[in-house]
Design a protein around this ligand. Structure first.
Ligand code: SF4
Length: 344
């Protein structure tokens, strides 16, 4: 992977100034396998974060799933592609009642921002997404984001703006077309890129996820840097592949969390003002929502999913996030603290 790029020290100095390309990112990722250099990289990333975003933290909740996933076949790493019904069922749609209960639970806990997550519907999920948002609006004016793949028309994007939705995710997972086809044979990479460009034209903030473990380490860095073409990228998460029982990739080796953390620090230097972190996907990666302190150390923040709701599971890390974030000198946006305090 070493292509004669700058040494670690030179690459870090350049990256501190925002000058970062694939060669210097590679040098940082490799160099930071040494623990003293990892500390230097993480310190530079944390400084960049604190300078641009300060130390105020926002708690979100992710509600899964608000649309079914109609990709055929499903992505090879996703629970939906599992042959085991109970595993597949974890990504089944929430009923309207469960959705309302989830929104109420999250807002009662002081969460001020909810991401509604669903699968991809290539024919379009406009009607069901509008219905879901109307249901949420009947019970809460909480800040909303959507993550349902490239399943929305421009008219629905405009409608969502009217409902106060400011952020829409459409993840590319990897910028490498071959790796994308292998991991996501039922998906359409170009549709995701075109959809993201459409969101920008409509003034939306973009969210994206890239996955460590889909290709090489260089693919991971290339995918992070690829996203610089989107001026309105506001949220970027790095997920770490973990094999899921019964899926076509059940026997693949898990990807390394330390590599994801180093990539996160590099992403911070490339996107100093974005909300960055590891992806919190408990169903595919148990424990991922609990990696708060390590993310903060690596320059991640300032938004963390304190609550994850799936059809058969509710994960609540609010107390842990508050404890670890305040230990790192972060202040949580008002609301979350009050609610957490009432329950402790
Ligand atoms: S698009 Fe998302 S929900 Fe659908 S199969 Fe792929 S990872 Fe799973």
């Amino acid at each position: 992977m070493d292509r004669g790029g700058p040494g670690f020290g030179v690459a870090l100095e350049r990256a501190r100034r925002g000058d970062i390309d694939l060669r210097s990112a590679t040098s940082l990722l490799q160099g930071a396998r040494r623990s003293d250099r990892a500390r230097e990289l993480f310190a530079a990333a944390s400084e960049a974060r604190d300078r641009r975003l300060g130390k105020e933290l926002t708690l979100t909740a992710h509600l899964h799933m608000v649309t079914p996933c109609e990709l055929t076949p499903a992505c090879r790493y996703c629970s939906i592609s599992s042959s085991i019904p109970s595993v597949q069922d974890e990504r089944s749609e929430l009923s309207e009642r469960a959705l309302v209960r989830g929104v109420r639970y999250a807002t009662d806990r002081g969460v001020r921002s909810i991401v509604l997550v669903g699968g991809t519907v290539p024919e379009g999920a406009d009607a069901s997404v509008r219905k879901t948002v109307k249901t949420v609006r009947r019970v809460s004016d909480v800040e909303l984001a959507l993550d349902v793949g490239p399943s929305l028309s421009p008219a629905t994007v405009e409608w969502l703006k009217g409902e106060g939705v400011r952020t829409i995710y459409c993840s590319i997972e990897t910028a490498n077309p071959k790796v994308f086809r292998r991991a996501k044979p039922g998906d359409d990479r170009n549709a995701r890129i075109e959809f993201s460009a459409m969101l920008e034209r409509h003034g939306m903030t973009l969210g994206n996820v890239v996955m460590n473990g889909l290709g090489s380490a260089e693919d991971l860095l290339r995918s992070v840097l690829y996203l610089r073409r989107f001026r309105r990228l506001g949220y970027l998460h790095i997920s770490t592949f973990q094999p899921v029982r019964g899926t076509p990739w059940a026997r693949r080796r898990p990807a390394s969390v330390p590599t994801s953390l180093r990539a996160l620090a590099i992403a911070r230097l490339a996107f100093p003002a974005a909300q960055l972190g590891l992806a919190e996907v408990e169903v595919e990666d148990p424990g991922s929502a609990a990696r708060v302190a390590s993310q903060i150390r690596a320059g991640g923040g300032n938004t963390f999913a304190g609550i994850l709701i799936y059809r058969g599971r509710r994960v609540d890390h609010v107390e842990q996030i508050l404890r670890e974030a305040s230990g790192a000198g972060f202040v949580v946006r008002a609301g979350a603290v009050l609610q957490a305090a009432r329950r402790s």
